[in-house]
Design a protein around this ligand. Structure first.
Ligand SMILES: NC(=O)c1ccc[n+]([C@@H]2O[C@H](COP(=O)([O-])OP(=O)(O)OC[C@H]3O[C@@H](n4cnc5c(N)ncnc54)[C@H](O)[C@@H]3O)[C@@H](O)[C@H]2O)c1
Length: 381
């Protein structure tokens, strides 16, 4: 199939693209390499597919580009491009969330309505739920898709708005939309603003871990390959059309439990700095995965221990390569500096030589003129 993957250079997008190519699909990836985090990480994620004969990369902004270019002939759209991050969504940066999460989704839906698209799969988020009140007498609450949603962050508001747009276009234009609500995705290539990436980085640099809040917040961590499996299944599952489905890892735990596990895996313990809970952070996200199982017959395969071990292994190599690159740059810079000085000296010498030549020429002309004047008889002087 011919599949358009938006946000193909991102964390989930790069894993998905590799998987779709392995399945034999033709993938057109669009990504504008947003400055939210380093381009180098995205390039590394895409490296394995860049030369694949069935992959094409279009580096453009979906908010402004002519979408017809990438939608023509496309059978499936998997829309992952977006502005992630709960904490950064307050304040002035909200406009990025509006544009990349809502407007881009609306543009894609509008441009593909009436086409023969087989699926439009949208990457929604557990952030749409917010803090759902705990029913009396229940120790824990599993969030299901029919519950009231009340996002607690501007990010969640934009993800929910885009989800509603998908539902609207499904109802009014029969678009084959599927909204998948991802719960805290992790694994190799994870975004640098996400908890496990930051924790592993601190452990590797023997620095204290920064934890927002008391660390008792619960997250349903979901391994990236499990997410990719579900997206892949959504391409062909007829039951998924028009649905909103939770994609959770199946083993929720507190942040501190995950930290302890990471310390066990790394064989290192670190100091912890607890900072104030961040606005927008919810207390608990546990996914009710009954619908996921019913529609896709899917159960997450990768345990937190196995997934974290894989992320830890990736992280060590990733940071080593980043450090190597920094060291190379640091070694190269003085040589560049010397060259620049030498270049400046050459330019100064050239200028001085030109000035001297001009002066000499003028002197020669003056000398010649005064000689000629002296030679001319009866001159008035
Ligand atoms: N990672 C998670 O835990 C998680 C959880 C819930 C939902 N999601 C959603 O899944 C999607 C992918 O998340 P991720 O963690 O891979 O994020 P990511 O930032 O790594 O990937 C998103 C990619 O989209 C690109 N992009 C953004 N705006 C664009 C635009 N206007 N035009 C073209 N490209 C654009 C970025 O350059 C980036 O490479 C996002 O929509 C996010 O909201 C992620």
């Amino acid at each position: 199939m011919k599949i358009l993957v938006t946000g193909c250079a991102g964390f989930i997008g790069s894993h998905l693209t590799q998987r779709l190519l392995k399945e034999g699909h033709e993938v057109l990836g669009v990504d504008d390499f947003d400055v939210y985090y380093a381009r180098s990480q995205k390039e590394k994620g895409l490296m394995p597919v860049l030369l694949h004969p069935k992959f094409k990369l279009v580096e453009e902004n979906l908010a402004t580009m002519a979408l017809i270019k990438v939608l023509k002939g496309t059978e499936v759209v998997i829309h992952l491009a977006g502005q992630p991050g709960v904490r950064g969504s307050w304040g002035a940066s909200f406009s990025r969330y509006l544009s990349n999460n809502i407007q881009v989704t609306q543009r894609l839906l509008e441009e593909s309505k009436g086409s023969k698209l087989k699926r439009f799969i949208y990457a929604s988020s557990s952030s749409v739920y917010g803090d759902v009140p705990m029913p009396e007498g229940q120790p824990e609450l599993f969030l299901n898709e029919d519950m009231r949603v009340q996002p607690k962050s501007p990010y969640g508001v934009t993800k929910l708005a885009a989800e509603h747009l998908c539902q609207l276009y499904h109802m009014e234009y029969k678009m084959p939309t599927v909204c998948l609500r991802f719960f805290s995705v992790y694994g190799p290539g994870q975004r640098p603003d996400m908890a496990f990436h930051r924790f592993a980085q601190s452990i590797l640099h023997d620095a204290a871990l920064t934890i927002y809040g008391d660390g008792k917040q619960v997250r349903d961590f979901t391994y990236v390959d499990d997410v990719v499996d579900v997206i892949n299944a959504a391409i062909t599952s007829p039951e998924a059309v028009g649905q909103v489905v939770n994609v959770g890892g199946g083993s929720p735990c507190t942040l501190m439990e995950a930290v302890t596990l990471l310390e066990e895996i790394s064989g290192k313990t670190s100091a912890k700095t607890f900072l104030e809970r961040q606005k927008g952070d919810v207390m608990a996200t546990r996914a009710d995965t009954a619908r996921l199982e019913k529609i896709f017959g899917f159960k997450p395969k990768v345990s937190l221990k196995e997934g974290l071990t894989r992320q830890w292994e990736w992280m060590q190599k990733f940071l080593q390569s980043e450090d190597d690159e920094k060291a190379i740059k640091a070694n190269v810079q003085p040589i560049v500096g010397v060259d620049e000085d030498a270049l400046a000296q050459v330019k100064a010498d050239e200028k001085a030589a030109k000035k001297a030549a001009k002066k000499a020429k003028m002197k020669a002309v003056n000398d010649k003129l005064s000689n000629e004047a002296a030679d001319v008889p009866g001159s008035d002087g």
